[in-house]
Design a protein around this ligand. Structure first.
Ligand code: GDP
Length: 296
């Protein structure tokens, strides 16, 4: 499970402080050295770790903490708060348009879990009594349209496709009209994946973006790819301006480096986390709960 090893190491490092009555600056320094190592081993971005340790240290060696009756507990509380801040403070909800339909543009590299997540998101929205329409804009991978149709059927959401001979921009525009006519209040557009960031496909997503003016641009990232995922997020964000991230495969990511770095690097929130292949395994991302999970 995610954060397994980080959790153990942090609890170990901070546990040593808990037992002490008074803390010296040296005690805090030693503990922070262990925390720093644990974060780096969890594959958290180097700069993010540096800033994190600096903030925690500054707060921890303040007189309020050092002179309190339970300084060790206070330091743990600070680490908890700063871990929460790192991941975005509070849950970042989806932005729904005040004039439906809400348009969600899904993007990401091939294999990150974009199509599966599109289905999960539709499943999630249906539970909130929304009427999502899934749109097949990946015309390059032969099986992609079929895959989305299968996903749509499984979650009980209609899928709009025009085959693979029409330009994805025109498909997206037609889907919007179709959705409006049929009372779909959320349109989720599944775009073509790519193995690496590729200029041509990036321009295509930009063109779709311009044509449909999405309320959300959600980047689907595979948490198991760690700092690569963070770099991909940075790159998509700079070129496209994402509104949030969906982190997938957290069930297979024992380290958790992407979850802890993305917000700080991109300044964009993680909106959902996927923890398995099933359609009900997509959950809103709660930074506070994640921090508490890490600290046990
Ligand atoms: P796409 O190329 O980005 O559209 O990726 P797919 O949706 O086809 O997913 C690629 C693979 O990742 C599939 O085998 C999915 O079942 C799997 N997958 C997606 N999300 C998760 C997840 O949260 N956990 C696990 N374990 N597997 C996932």
């Amino acid at each position: 499970m995610v954060f397994e090893s980080l959790s153990e190491k942090l609890q170990n490092a901070l546990g040593k402080l808990k037992g002490k009555g008074k803390l010296s600056e040296k005690d805090v320094d030693l503990a922070m050295r262990e925390v720093r190592l644990a974060l780096l081993e969890a594959d958290v971005n180097f700069k993010v770790v540096k800033d994190f340790i600096k903030t925690v240290k500054e707060r921890a060696i303040g007189s309020e903490v050092m002179e309190s009756l339970t300084p060790g507990q206070q330091v743990i509380k600070i680490v908890n708060e700063e871990l929460t801040n790192l991941m975005g403070k509070s849950e970042a909800k989806l932005n729904f348009s005040s004039t439906p339909p809400t348009v969600i543009l899904m993007c990401g590299l091939q294999g990150a879990g974009k199509t599966t997540t599109t289905g999960k998101l539709a499943f999630n929205l249906k539970k909130q009594n929304k009427r999502p329409l899934l749109v097949a804009c990946d015309i390059y991978r032969p099986a992609a349209i079929k895959q989305l149709e299968v996903v749509g059927e499984k979650v009980g959401a209609p899928v709009f496709t025009m085959g693979d001979k029409i330009n994805p921009v025109d498909i997206a525009k037609a889907a919007l009209e179709h959705g409006k006519k049929h009372g779909n209040d959320v349109i989720i557009i599944d775009t073509a994946g790519r193995l690496h960031i590729d200029e041509e496909l990036m321009i295509e997503i930009k063109n779709i973006h311009e044509a449909v003016k999405p309320n959300e641009v959600l980047l689907v990232l595979d948490a198991m790819t760690g700092q690569d995922a963070v770099n991909v997020a940075d790159s998509f964000n700079q070129r496209l301006g994402i509104t949030g991230v969906i982190l997938t495969k957290l069930d297979g990511d024992a380290r958790g480096g992407a979850a802890l770095s993305i917000r700080a690097v991109t300044e964009k929130p993680i909106k959902f986390a996927a923890m398995g292949e099933k359609f009900d395994q997509l959950e809103p991302f709660h930074p506070d709960r994640m921090a508490s999970r890490i600290l046990g």
